[in-house]
Design a binder for this molecule. Structure first.
Ligand code: NAP
Length: 278
């Protein structure tokens, strides 16, 4: 009888995913008999695919765009996935298919590792974007007791909806208020897709920024975004999206393969090389 364990990432499309690179690096490093693949699953095939995971030998899956909301109804979400309104990691506990959102811990652990003490003073935080990643970030920041979270988004209505979802610590602000907000913020998070390859540039001027501002970039392709370059030019502390990508992968590996993996500089070099070659 084989003891090999299987997991995969599903999305539609799925070609861009770096999850197999990360998960298979850990499988090899720890000598675990398992495999991690990627599967393209169209929205109309999602329920069948998720419903037959165990029958097809899967210990669990990662989920990416556009399925992160839809899998909530196909699994038992934990408090975190419920609060964010999206799940990216599914696994079995007995016969129950559970789900969680590891973007929350990926975001926090990346900052904890890169900028120790970053959450000591979170009086004012600015979050750019109001999609799924922004919801995970806002949930994470509320958990770290951020007093005021200003959500700034290209489409104001989505920022208003996000603020209404999370309560009084969160307000929606207009893009033209950014300079004023950055003058007193201790953290700026880019949780929008702006700055990504093939997307528009991110229009943020750091001239007015508080000198103790920390920047958390979620975009990882390219790794070195214009925002990170601007932060470096001003001597501001920053963490990149590659760091979060690696940290958010930890929880799935641990649940499916039974060992908590380490985020190492060797893994970072592998991911960066893959991004550079794409
Ligand atoms: P999403 O749900 O599609 O939301 C995208 C957000 O970006 C929306 O708020 C959208 O504004 C905004 N946006 C898109 N293009 C823009 C532009 N040109 N200028 C300004 N704003 C723009 O996507 P998501 O899942 O939240 O992901 C957002 C980003 O985070 C992506 O780059 C993703 O790769 C990254 N991410 C990284 C990690 C990691 O581990 N590093 C994890 C999760 C996500 P509108 O409302 O106006 O459309």
């Amino acid at each position: 009888m084989t003891t090999s364990r299987k997991a995969c990432v599903i999305g539609w499309p799925i070609g861009h995913s770096r999850s197999p690179l990360i998960q298979n690096y850990w499988l090899k490093k720890y000598g675990i008999d398992g495999e991690y693949t990627k599967r393209e699953v169209a929205p109309d095939a999602l329920a069948d695919f998720v419903g037959s995971l165990r029958a097809n030998g899967f210990a669990g899956i990662n989920v990416t765009i556009p399925h992160k909301q839809a899998v909530l109804k196909l699994s038992k979400p934990d408090e975190r996935a419920e609060a964010v309104g999206a799940a990216n990691t599914l696994w079995y506990e007995g016969d129950t298919l559970c789900s969680t959102n590891t973007d929350v811990e990926g975001f926090l652990n990346n900052l904890d590792a890169g900028v120790p003490g970053w959450s000591r003073n979170l009086e004012n935080v600015v979050v750019l974007g109001a999609g799924g990643a922004a919801r995970a970030v806002v949930h994470a920041l509320i958990g770290r007791k951020a007093a005021h979270i200003h959500v700034v988004n290209r489409t104001r209505k989505s920022a208003d909806d996000l603020a209404a979802r999370f309560g009084k610590a969160v307000t929606a602000d207009n893009w033209d208020a950014l300079s004023t907000l950055l003058a007193r913020a201790s953290l700026l998070v880019n949780a929008s897709s702006a700055g990504m390859k093939k997307q528009g540039a991110l229009d943020v001027d750091l001239n007015s920024a508080n000198p103790s501002l920390t920047i958390a970039e979620l975009v990882y392709d390219p790794r070195d975004t214009a925002l990170l370059k601007a932060a470096r030019a001003r001597g501001l502390r920053a963490v990149d999206g590659v760091g979060m990508l690696m940290h958010q992968a930890v929880g799935g590996f641990e649940r499916w393969f039974g060992r908590r993996p380490e985020v190492t500089s060797e893994l970072r070099a592998l991911v960066e090389a893959d991004l550079a070659a794409a």
